[in-house]
Design a protein around this ligand. Structure first.
Ligand code: ADP
Ligand code: ASP
Ligand code: MG
Length: 443
């Protein structure tokens, strides 16, 4: 069985929903994971934000605007009056629920409940449309099987047991529709897998079911060799190794949720990136094959802070790095890049929530300095050290850009640079020019 995920733009209008329905009804049994219609999750974030700021009038206005918009969608989507009524009644329940939530005190839990409503709406709308078309379709609620554990990580055994059970008890459907992004946490409360999390849902479902393939359908023809939002003339990469794709996703390629490739990799399930707007385009296949001797793509991750710890006590000392890393561990802050010298270490983090605490504790070990608003530029491909010259090529591309850190050799697939966020676009363009335009001319 294949797992197909359609993102916000792919279900962003009634016509797009109809196009998706046509794509998924080819007679093959499949699970379809849907995002909220594009823009909806942002509106829900806005509602939560207004509640937080105790501006209930503004929260109510955003809800009413959404309600009017969804009424129009329903008019366009269905031809039968009874389906319009059925779906309007269902959506009305959701909008009333949202209005009720605005009367509650803001909390993290409340925000999660609000954010879940977008996927609940889109999946119900598409399921009702498919039913109108006479398709044997079933909506399986993600909140019945998608769960995180006490560390906030997906609870794979739970997910596997519950989705397997649901499918077993509901044999005989052509399509199973479910919500991306949303889940329950260890306490059973509604939670989510972070923004862009529908990709993660699809990969988790595909991994636990050992699916034939996971397909991520979006608005572009696969993973491009650089970020198309900043660099002109990027081109699709036709194949990526799981590790290459995981690095690109983690280091900012927005087309994939940062951690969604891991479960597919562990389960050995290939992931295909496809374009809903151009379904016959080949897209990108992500699998365990490794194309030797090529640099595949570049990505960038913003909001990075570099922390430098300089201490003469580090010289010849054992256990010094252990103490530094422990400080990050107890402050629940993952470290991305690391470079060391005999008397100093620089590390980067992408979450400043505990920065003040971290700095206080690190002062015990050395003199601390901080660089904020930095950006990691990550070059991905077959970067084994035997491939002479790649690191020189990449470094040459950045000759005009001040580079704060370089990390190479941590994996076979990645060379990372830390630059100022304000130099990001220039750095990405320079790399494209050097790495890909030259390569294209040579072909
Ligand atoms: P969806 O709503 O379908 O999940 P996203 O907006 O999350 O779609 O992801 C698709 C977008 O990712 C593209 O429209 C593109 O702007 C952006 N993107 C960033 N980096 C890349 C890349 N390297 N290759 C392809 N798309 C990328
Ligand atoms: N709707 C969620 C978001 O906008 C999840 C997703 O689209 O993947 O982040
Ligand atoms: Mg996305």
């Amino acid at each position: 069985m294949k797992i197909l995920k359609f993102g916000g733009t792919s279900v962003g209008s009634p016509q797009r929903m109809k196009d998706v329905c046509q794509l998924i009804t080819d007679g093959n049994r499949k699970i379809v994971v849907l995002s909220a219609m594009s823009g909806t999750t942002n509106s829900l974030v806005e509602i939560a934000d207004y509640i937080k700021k105790r501006n209930l009038e503004a929260a109510g206005n955003v809800i009413n605007k959404l309600r009017t918009l969804y009424k129009q969608h329903v008019e366009e989507l269905y031809s039968k009056e009874e389906n319009k009524e059925k779906t309007n009644a269902l959506l009305l329940d959701i909008f009333m629920h949202l209005h009720n939530l605005t009367t509650q005190e803001y909390s993290d839990k409340l925000e999660k409940e609000i954010l879940a409503q977008g996927e609940l709406m889109s999946t119900n709308m598409v399921t009702n449309y498919l039913k109108e078309q006479g398709v044997k379709v079933m909506l399986i609620p993600a909140l019945d099987f998608m769960r995180t554990d006490s560390n906030g990580e997906p609870d794979m055994p739970y997910i596997k047991e519950h989705i397997t059970d649901i499918l077993k008890k509901n044999d005989g459907y052509e399509l199973y529709i479910t919500q991306g992004f949303i889940c329950r946490n260890i306490n059973g409360d509604v939670d989510n897998l972070q923004r862009g999390g529908s990709d993660y849902t699809a990969c988790l479902v595909g991994a636990v079911l050992r699916a034939e393939e996971i397909q991520i359908w979006t608005d572009i023809d696969g993973m491009h060799n650089n970020d198309p939002r900043y660099v002109p003339n990027t081109t699709p990469v036709r194949q990526l190794n799981f590790e290459e794709a995981a690095e690109l996703a983690y280091f900012g390629a927005k087309i994939l949720h940062p951690t969604c490739i891991q479960p597919a990799h562990y389960a050995g399930v290939p992931v295909r990136l496809l374009n809903t707007m151009d379904p016959s385009a080949p897209g990108t296949i992500i699998n365990d094959q490794m194309q030797k001797g090529t640099i595949k793509a570049v990505a960038a991750k913003d909001n990075i802070t570099a922390i430098k710890i300089v201490s003469s006590r580090m010289l010849l000392a054992t256990g010094f790095l252990h103490k530094l890393f422990e400080t990050f561990e107890v402050n629940h802050t993952p470290v991305d890049m690391v470079t060391t010298s005999e008397v100093g270490v620089t590390l980067t983090i992408d979450n400043n929530a505990h920065l003040a605490n971290i700095v206080e504790e690190l002062k015990k070990y050395g003199t601390i300095s901080i660089d904020e608003n930095m950006c990691i530029i990550c070059v991905v491909g077959d970067l084994r050290w035997g491939n002479v010259g790649f690191e020189t090529l990449v470094t040459e591309a950045l000759a005009q850009i001040p580079v704060r850190m370089i990390a190479y050799g941590g994996s076979n697939h990645n060379i990372s640079f830390l630059v100022r966020e304000s130099d990001k676009k220039a750095a990405l363009c320079a790399l494209s020019e050097k790495l890909f335009n030259n390569q294209q001319k040579a072909e």
